[in-house]
Structure formats: C-alpha cells, structure tokens
Ligand binder design. Structure first.
Ligand code: PXL
Length: 277
C-alpha cells in the first residue's frame, strides 16, 4: 500500500492547457473565474491573462478598471512562451487598445492556436462593458485571427447593424457574419423567446443547430463565459469544433439547471464546479 502510494505520487500526468484572456468578475460567476472553473470541471489546466477588474454582483456592474495594454501583452507573452497552450479564448476585453494589444501579441507568436472570441459587449444586467469604438478593433484586428466567434443576438445585432428575429434571420445572420469575418460563427439564440434555446454554428459552409429547452425567468449571470470556456476546453482536448460546441451546450445547460443564488436578489449565478456535486 505504502509503496503503491509513493509510486503514484511520483508519476506525472500531463493535462491539456487552455488560456483565457478576460476580465475578473469579483462575484465569481462570469469572467476569468467562470472560465477557470469550467476548464477545471472539464479536465483542462487553465492559464489567465487579466484584462480588467470588474466590481459587480449579478445584475449590477459598479465599476470597471482596465489593466494596461502593455501588461495584458506581457501576461500572454510569458504564458505562450512557457506553456504548450492547446487553445485560447477571449472574454471581456474592455477597450479598443486592449483588443489591439491582444491581437498584436497573438499574431506575433506565429503559433496557430485555436482561438475562440466571445465578443462580450453587454452584461446580462444590461450594463455596457465595452466601449463602442472597440467594435471596429474586434472586426478589423481580432476576428481575422479567430477560429470561432460566439455572439449572442444583441452582439450579433451590434456587429451586423441589423436586428435578428426568428430562426430564418438567425440563419442568414450566422452566414453573413461568417462571410464578413472569415471564421466560424456560433450565433446564440438564447435571448429569442421560444421553447428552446437554439444556437447556430456556421462552419466550413455548413449550418449545425444545437438546441436545449429554454429556462425562463432566470437572469443567469455567466452563461456566455461558461459556454465559450467549455468550447475552448473541448478544443484543447482535441475535439472538432462541432464536437466541442455540442459538449459545451450540454455542459452549460446542466450548469443552468444547477444555478443558485448566494445572497443577492438580483440574479442567479452559474457555477461550473457544481458539476462535481
Ligand atoms: O457575462 C459577461 C461578463 C464577462 N466578463 C466579465 C464580466 C461579465 C459580466 O458582468 O464581469 C469580467
């Protein structure tokens, strides 16, 4: 018994590694906190490059403070130099300067690591998290490097300049965004008021639909972060984009089913680690 234990403690296992470039949500349901928990729940070691610090509780953002673009670049640089990173995601990038800094740093490494861009613009509370001028930096600098961009319907509208209502418009919008930005698009229809939460993946000329029963009357803080982090974890594990999205959709649906309320009346929190309970 003693021998076995010591042999086991000496063995070193390697696990897939993913990097999140995102903001800190002090209430722990969204941002880098959600990403790290999701990576851990899916067996992936998580690295972080922090872009900004958000003082908030679910439903209310009080203050956002950005990290300097230079510091954001440095975090990414040391991590990519020293770890074998299998996939990367971006979350809240806060300003045009930080988006440019991230794009420049990722480009300068010349490593073609799968990149998932969650174009976070507005919190589930409705608070604006991204300065309007930053949308052009996304379009011109970061999307061209992305494997997948994951807008919800509000973000899709801001990117396309047209409203997206109903399934047919969603299909057209997913195709148009993919064509415009030259990458795969996962358009998340969770905000459409139907019986199902339908998401459309447009990848390599093919549309795939992912659906799950829509859970009404929940303001679930952290859903988008958890979803894109789960996709990123799948890519780090070597899944195809379709497989990674399918698994992530199941993961996020289960997380929503297990959402809970800590203290505030203002919203529910997702906690990916509840998968283990
Ligand atoms: O859910 C979007 C989001 C992403 N990242 C951070 C956030 C939020 C929402 O409030 O705080 C850091």
């Amino acid at each position: 018994m003693g021998k076995q234990r010591s042999r086991r403690s000496q063995s070193v296992t390697t696990v897939p590694v993913a990097l999140t470039i995102a903001g800190s949500d002090c209430s722990g349901g969204a941002g880098i906190q959600a990403d790290l928990k999701t990576f851990a729940a899916l067996g992936v070691y998580g690295l972080t490059a922090v872009t900004c610090v958000v003082a908030e509780i679910p439903g209310k953002v009080s203050r956002v403070e950005a990290v300097t673009p230079k510091m954001v670049r440095k975090q990414i640089a040391v991590l990519l130099k020293n770890f074998e990173v299998g996939s990367i995601k971006t979350g809240l990038l806060c300003s045009a300067e930080i988006i440019s800094a991230v794009a420049r740093e990722l480009q300068s490494t010349r490593q073609r690591i799968p990149l998932v861009v969650d174009p976070v613009m507005i919190a589930s509370s409705g608070d604006r998290l991204l300065e309007p001028a930053a949308i052009d930096a996304y379009k011109n600098e970061l999307f061209p490097l992305a494997t997948l961009v994951t807008p919800n319907l509000d973000e899709g509208r801001l990117l396309l300049g047209t409203r997206i209502r109903g399934r047919q418009q969603m299909q057209r919008a997913a195709k148009a965004l993919a064509k415009q930005f030259g990458c795969a698009i996962l358009l998340k229809g969770g905000h459409l008021q139907g019986d199902d939460a339908i998401d459309l993946l447009f990848h390599n000329g093919r549309l795939t639909e992912f659906s799950a029963p829509f859970v009404r009357d929940v303001a679930t803080h952290g859903t988008g972060c958890t979803y894109s982090a789960a996709i990123t974890a799948g890519l780090a594990c070597g899944l195809s984009l379709e497989q990674a999205v399918e698994r992530a959709k199941r993961f996020v649906t289960r997380s929503i089913a297990r959402r809970f309320r800590w203290t505030s009346k203002s919203g529910d929190i997702l906690d990916a680690l509840r998968h283990w309970l």
